[in-house]
Write a protein that binds this ligand. Sequence first.
Ligand SMILES: C[S@@+](CC[C@H](N)C(=O)[O-])C[C@H]1O[C@@H](n2cnc3c(N)ncnc32)[C@H](O)[C@@H]1O
Length: 365
Amino acid sequence: MHLSPALEKRYTREQHSAREAQRLAEFIAWGPMIFQVSRLMLKFGILELLRDSDEGLTRAEIVQQTQLSDYAAKILLEGSLCIGTVLVNTETERYTLSKTGWFLLTDPATRVNVDFNHDVNYEGLFHLEEALREGRPAGLEHFGAWPTVYEGLSSLPEQVQKSWFGFDHFYSDSAFPSALKIVFGYRPMTLLDVGGNTGKWAMQCVGHDPDVEVTIVDLPQQLAMMRRQTQGKPGAERISGYGMNLLDPSADFPTDRHYDIIWMSQFLDCFSMEEITSILSRAARIMDDDSRLCIMETLWDRQKYEPAALCLTMTSVYFTDIANGNSKMYNTEDMTACVEAAGLRVETIHDGVGEQGHSIMVCRR
Ligand SMILES: C[S@@+](CC[C@H](N)C(=O)[O-])C[C@H]1O[C@@H](n2cnc3c(N)ncnc32)[C@H](O)[C@@H]1O
């Protein structure tokens, strides 16, 4: 198994003393309470108040500034002390923010993950067991009767959509500036953006290169959303849409022109390995020796920082329970196996694209 040096260090040998291990086990057992208490410390602005106070705040001051009851403040503050997001001075009885509290409050990735987990995943996770046993997104049912989250995306409740897109965009957006340099280093005139979503990458491409023409392939309902979002913006006239369901094995990629680059960003993780192989085989059919397939993914085994691998393997659980029941965040070995099964080869892998641990796998026929 391939693991980056940081992961090798952490995942191949025991890390904790017995006491730490016991605490971690309790952390897991009380995970739902720990999550909700911490989320509400954010939502009620308590962590922010603590950060902005010079000497910390007493519980009475927190009650006064948040309008919560003394009971509610006690529940949250006592819980947060044990969770480790706040500290207390026993003499002055003033609470301050701990290092963990500071990260929870200020790390943008953590905030996006908290919203995603509460709004998109939390309720549905009760059904993870069925999802794992039956290979279907059992946790999606309380939102609607779609086979996968993608068919339902445009009709999810507003707050759920906000957190879903917040999560999706946060990760890929931060990689786009570096990805543009890599992709446009191949001087494409035409680019097929597979799973182009709301057109954010396509807009960046037409902004970056005055001639490039981009075709977005996505589900028809998603293309309608993309058209609304790109309409009237500079360069949007060089973006076109091609609606298709790639899960249909007979659905072929557009053959109206030669595509220099086929781009798949955070897209293949929406599918099982069998489905990926089918999609890539169809992509290979419209490629010639000059075409390149660029797959941008956060491959969990290549992460430079361990918390990133944690986020990715936990994101896999969202795919199991909510998204589709059969996909995940892949590692290099699995993705390469799909590429090769589709008759392609990995030419090179660019790591560390952007700040959130993306890699671009460049593949050729
Ligand atoms: C996770 S989003 C990735 C969006 C974008 N490429 C990015 O990097 O942020 C996956 C996209 O794949 C599309 N998609 C999922 N299943 C699909 C299918 N069966 N056929 C076509 N597109 C699909 C979704 O609608 C969504 O826009």
